[in-house]
Design a protein around this ligand. Sequence first.
Ligand SMILES: [Zn+2]
Length: 155
Amino acid sequence: MGDGYNFQQLKAAILALSQAADLEVAKKEWRLVDISEADEPETCLCGHFPIIELCTIANAATAKSVDVGNVCVKRFLGFRSDLIFQSLKRVRADLDKAISKDATAFFHERGVINDWEYQFQQSTMRKRILSQRQLEIRRALNQKVIAAVRRRGLS
Ligand SMILES: [Zn+2]
């Protein structure tokens, strides 16, 4: 492939941590459970270096979890974790912006934002002009989301 992402290597590593021996079946055991950012670049399961945006995926059948990069999450699970990181960057730069639909769904599922905030996001996400009160809620929600994504340093 030559792009540093070795899918065969990823596949072998994932299968070793899965119950199923077939990749298509094994896929169903895995889901994205967390995202974080590394202070020091890390190496993905596929061998790609560097990765900074880390996605923790967990296997429901074997209780194993592992960190991979955005490209492999997309390739393996078809999940656009890169869009969540994009959203994070956006609101870090400007708290008045809203996080995207994907990010809203992810952080709601993770319990970072509650049902009420989820509904609030659904109804105000596309609005550029908010009331003062709505703007305060959006900012608080953004801060919660930013705080929820751990930075992982060397310990
Ligand atoms: Zn990878």
